[in-house]
Design a protein around this ligand. Structure first.
Ligand code: SAH
Length: 217
């Protein structure tokens, strides 16, 4: 398959999975058209890279379905000057989308081999506004806090308190909360020091968030 074939498939993905399902933010749509999702996968999976489902990335982890990436990103409401914290770097695909839309992206991944592979792909694509750290993201990353947006791309039994604390007032936390088998996608808007508004965007399914403020191993 050539570069043009992938571009064709990517545009079709955006039309049928992203726009058709109601994603409206033009910047999110442009980022989804641009970022070469297949490069975040093993070559054997390239033919499936633009299909409407998650795919394995090794270590029993997955790259999220394209629509979920678009939906979660849209809910962060990014305009371009934000600093964003991502928990669960995984393939690095969501990280790249965020890097297209915000000023700076801090991303934490607990599995070293996965973090290293993501770093390599993102370096090859010449992203210079992404910092990746290996560790437990449920405690956040206090060094660069507070954040305008925080996105958790693994299933959380409850909202990790450090993440709420590291969110700016006016900022948003997007996180799948629930049981091991299914979660609800929740968006929290921080309206005051200990005040939040909460919106539920329905069912989703992620791999487990494992850490001090998550599931135990
Ligand atoms: N957005 C990624 C999703 C990867 S799956 C993508 O689309 O590729 C979720 C990732 O979260 C896995 O790589 C898993 O190892 C990681 N993870 C789980 N618990 C974590 C924690 N406490 N801190 C950081 N990363 C974690």
């Amino acid at each position: 398959m050539s570069i043009n074939d992938f571009k064709f498939k990517r545009d079709k993905m955006v039309e049928t999975q992203i726009i058709a399902r109601g994603i409206k933010d033009e910047r999110v749509i442009a980022a989804m058209r641009k970022v070469p999702r297949h490069l975040f996968l093993d070559e054997a999976l390239w033919p499936q890279a633009y299909e409407d489902y998650p795919l394995p990335i090794g270590e029993r982890q997955t790259i999220s379905q394209p629509y979920i990436v678009a939906l979660m990103t849209e809910k962060l409401n990014l305009k371009g000057n934000e600093s964003v914290l991502e928990i669960g770097t995984g393939s690095g695909y969501q990280t790249a989308i965020l890097a297209e839309l915000a000023e700076k992206v801090y991303s934490i991944e607990r599995i070293a081999s996965i973090a290293k592979r993501a770093r390599k792909v993102l370096d090859d694509l010449k992203y210079t506004n992404i910092v990746i750290k290996i560790g437990d993201g449920t405690v956040g990353w206090s060094e660069y806090a507070p954040y305008d947006g925080i996105i958790v791309t693994a299933a959380s039994p409850y909202v990790p308190k450090p993440l709420m604390d590291q969110l700016k007032i006016g900022g948003r936390l997007v996180i799948p909360v629930g049981g091991e088998c299914s979660q609800d996608l929740i968006v929290y808007k921080k309206t005051g020091e200990n005040e939040y508004e909460e919106e539920n965007y329905g069912g989703c399914r992620f791999v487990k968030l494992i850490g001090a403020y998550g599931w135990k191993e």
